[in-house]
Design a protein around this ligand. Structure first.
Ligand SMILES: Cc1cc2nc3c(=O)[nH]c(=O)nc-3n(C[C@H](O)[C@H](O)[C@H](O)COP(=O)(O)OP(=O)(O)OC[C@H]3O[C@@H](n4cnc5c(N)ncnc54)[C@H](O)[C@@H]3O)c2cc1C
Length: 456
């Protein structure tokens, strides 16, 4: 069947719209030991216009051929991995970007990368796009399809909070516009927000209107090491309760810091301690930045912080952020899995300390780090002997605890294929049934990203 439609696809996108290096499009950044095996019998199609996407989906729907949309391939839940022979629809050539300074919006084709967007906005004084999910190679379509978060969510929210409008192509090939350059819109059910976070299972996102905001003030980046994990973690809700809302509060086990140092070749200001906080504060001027930093220092020292180091220059701050952002990169080879749970912020200390204790009991090595300011804890499971036997016990325990604390098994990486069973076992059954119904309405032939999020 696939061979039969390749000729027809070529008529739609031309020869240059079909990739030869198929192997580069089969996997994403999901840890190797838990990701599924990709189907290799796929045709990789690179459309340039929404009309081409429409024609490809219409054809695939008629022939009932699976279509997996691929953004930057930086996903961590296997969402972009094709599970059966079919079409991989790579959005990389749909990368036009327009900044509308009158309406404070960026209109991005889905294949615009986060890096491209940030570089473009940098050229326009006074405007900014605050969300910064860790990998700048991610595409806007992928970030919206995953409702990505990142370190700055604590103050500025997540992707969903910046999407004003969207053009999507439905599995039938119909092109649908939702929202627009408007801030407010309650006209009927909010289909746009239903599609945000739908992980390529309901529609292909081809264009996104993103809200921009006036550029915030300057920043300082504080590094605060602690001898004890409990002291570091309990400082987080205390900072938030004190009325300070930092741009980011990141928690890191010291081993995680070392992994980030090793991969970047950059130095963290303090080697010792058990756990570190990295806090990015924002202020209109130097005085405000100093005042906020001092307030945090007082609070942290009351909780036995070893010291407080302040990164002031752009370079110092960039280096610290790089070390934090590349932790995953630094541990890729020894990683079994990466969990990204979401718990109420006041429950972080209980969650982390109980998980650490249980990990020790079952003999598994887990590093904790993450966006502590918004309750998003990353747990990096490292390879040990017999991990195949030990890790499921740990995951069961951790997800059981998450549920008990009123949290969720994924805060930003998505369900994809690797968390599907965990979602089934932790969400109310009725919620899963409704999701399946929604999938059937949008995609009656189950051609879009089959086997991801929900099975129908
Ligand atoms: C080092 C590193 C750091 C990261 N840090 C963060 C972080 O801080 N916060 C965070 O949230 N995530 C983070 N991620 C995860 C990842 O960057 C996000 O999940 C991102 O949203 C994926 O975007 P992508 O373009 O790479 O999508 P892909 O990986 O290509 O695809 C992801 C999913 O989106 C679907 N999709 C992609 N494009 C479209 C489209 N146009 N229309 C419909 N569906 C589409 C795919 O089918 C798939 O299901 C990190 C990843 C890495 C490797």
């Amino acid at each position: 069947m696939l061979r039969e439609i390749v000729e027809e696809i070529e008529k739609i996108v031309g020869k240059e719209g079909i990739a030869k290096n198929v192997e580069d499009y089969l996997y994403d950044e999901t840890p190797k030991r838990v990701r599924p095996k990709a189907a290799e019998d796929v045709v990789v199609v690179k459309p340039k216009r929404s009309e081409e996407v429409s024609k490809i989906l219409k054809l695939a729907n008629e022939k009932k051929v699976p279509v997996v949309v691929r953004g930057g391939g930086t996903g961590l839940s296997g969402g972009a991995i094709p599970l059966s022979p079919g079409i991989v629809l790579s959005m990389e050539r749909m990368n036009k970007l327009e900044i509308d300074t009158e309406n404070l919006v960026a209109v991005c084709e889905a294949g615009v990368t986060l890096r491209q967007l940030l570089e473009e906005i940098d050229k326009i004084p006074g405007l900014s796009f605050p969300p910064h999910p860790g990998h700048e190679g991610a595409q806007i379509g992928g970030l919206v399809a995953n409702n990505a978060g990142g370190a700055r969510a604590v103050k500025y929210g997540i992707m969903r909070n910046y999407v004003l409008g969207m053009e999507v192509v439905l599995p039938s090939g119909e092109i649908l516009n939702l929202g627009g350059k408007v801030i407010k819109n309650v006209t009927g059910y909010d289909l746009m927000h239903l599609l945000i976070g739908s992980e390529g299972t309901l529609a292909v996102i081809t264009k996104v209107v993103l809200k921009l905001i006036p550029e915030p003030g300057g920043t300082y980046t504080l590094v605060v090491p602690f001898e004890r994990t409990e002291d570091a973690i309990k400082t987080v809700p205390q900072i938030l309760r004190s009325g300070i809302v930092p741009l980011a509060i990141e928690y890191m086990d010291v081993e995680a810091v070392k992994a980030g140092e090793a991969v970047t070749g950059k130095r963290w200001p303090y080697e010792g301690g058990e756990a570190h906080l990295m806090i990015i504060v924002e202020g209109r001027d130097e005085d405000e930045l100093l005042k906020v930093s001092e307030d945090i220092e007082k609070l942290a020292k009351k909780n036995n912080a070893i010291d407080v180091f302040v990164g002031v220059s752009r370079k110092e701050q960039r280096d610290l952020l790089d070390i934090r952002s590349l932790i995953y990169e630094g541990m890729r080879d020894v990683t079994v899995d990466l969990l990204d749970v979401s718990v109420p912020i006041a429950s972080i200390p209980e969650y982390v300390t109980k998980c650490k204790k249980f990990a020790e009991e079952v003999g598994i090595k887990v590093l904790h780090y993450g966006h502590a300011g918004d309750g998003n804890v990353h747990q990096h499971i490292l390879e040990v002997d017999d991990w195949e036997e030990k890790y499921p016990k740990f995951k069961n325990y951790a997800f059981g605890l998450v549920k008990k604390l009123g949290g969720y098994i994924t805060a930003e990486h998505g369900v994809g294929v690797v968390k599907k069973e965990d979602m089934y076992s932790t969400l109310p059954q009725k919620a899963v049934e409704l999701m399946k119904e929604i999938k059937r309405i949008f995609d009656p032939n189950n051609i879009l990203n089959p086997g991801k999020v929900v099975d129908v």
